[in-house]
Design a protein around this ligand. Structure first.
Ligand code: UDP
Length: 241
């Protein structure tokens, strides 16, 4: 018998940039496909999976605002960008033979389902991957916060944050080779040391709902399944640290 996965139901948070591969902008199909295969591996382990994808590879509200657009308007463009990424991921999941549903916080009935909490849970129970698009549906928020919110609503056992590196470091390890890497951290340490892993509201929301945040590298193939087997390289953020 293969070992039981560490968590039964998870929410995977990916930044839009995780889908860019080596490109400067937009989507790289091979990268999206490879992540879909990784998701398929954990579904095969019996884990229920939901996904929140950012939109930073296409549009960020702050950049629009910096260019003179009203911030709320720019944020709506950002939210629509996350729906494009969600649809691309759905297409890739389907190509690997996985059933999935996209649910958008901004209703788009001819494109995907609206966000309905109980329906999303039902999809997961049936083994379908649920991808949440349009963030929280509100401007001035981020998809990190949307991920923490959906993880709580879905009663997830953990939020898995796929990043560029294999955990949380004291500084960006690409710029500071001597940066310290943490095996585990408390929510308090992340907030008080201002460690740049997720925005503070996402960390606080996860803390209130006692949902551990597991930070791992989305670029290491198989790392997602390894984390769920309890073998992967990652940093676990929880109350006790
Ligand atoms: N956004 C928003 N409300 C939300 C989630 C996202 O307004 O609840 C907008 C915001 O403009 C943000 C953009 O969508 O810049 C893309 O999301 P994010 O920056 O979180 O993406 P990531 O950095 O994860 O790629």
């Amino acid at each position: 018998m293969p070992p039981q996965p560490l968590y039964k139901r998870v929410l995977l948070k990916l930044s839009g940039e995780a889908l860019m591969g080596k490109r400067e902008y937009g989507l790289d199909n091979d990268t999206v496909r490879a992540i879909a295969v990784d998701i398929g591996d954990v579904v095969a382990m019996g884990v229920q999976v939901s996904v929140v994808i950012g939109g930073g590879n296409l549009f960020r509200g702050v950049s629009g605002a910096a260019a003179g657009m009203e911030r709320a308007q720019a944020d709506y463009i950002g939210m629509l960008a996350t729906v494009m990424n969600a649809l691309a991921m759905q297409a890739a999941l389907e190509r690997t033979g996985l059933a999935s549903r996209v649910q958008s916080a901004i209703p788009m009935e001819s494109v995907c389902e609206p966000y309905i909490r109980r329906r999303a849970i039902r999809h997961m129970e049936k083994g379908r991957v649920v991808i949440f698009g349009a963030g929280t549906g509100n401007p001035f928020f981020t998809t990190d916060t949307a991920a923490a919110l959906r993880a709580a609503e879905m009663n997830c056992d953990a939020m898995l944050k796929g990043t560029q590196v294999d955990g949380v470091y004291s500084a960006d390890p690409k710029k500071h080779p001597n940066a310290e890497r943490f095996e585990s951290l408390s929510y308090h340490e992340v907030l008080s040391r201002d460690l740049q892993v997720m925005d503070a509201s996402a960390v606080s929301l996860s803390r209130e709902n006692r949902i551990p945040i597991v930070v791992f590298s989305i670029h290491d193939r198989g790392a997602l399944a390894a984390v769920l087997r309890g073998e992967g390289r990652c940093t676990i953020i929880s109350e006790q640290g």
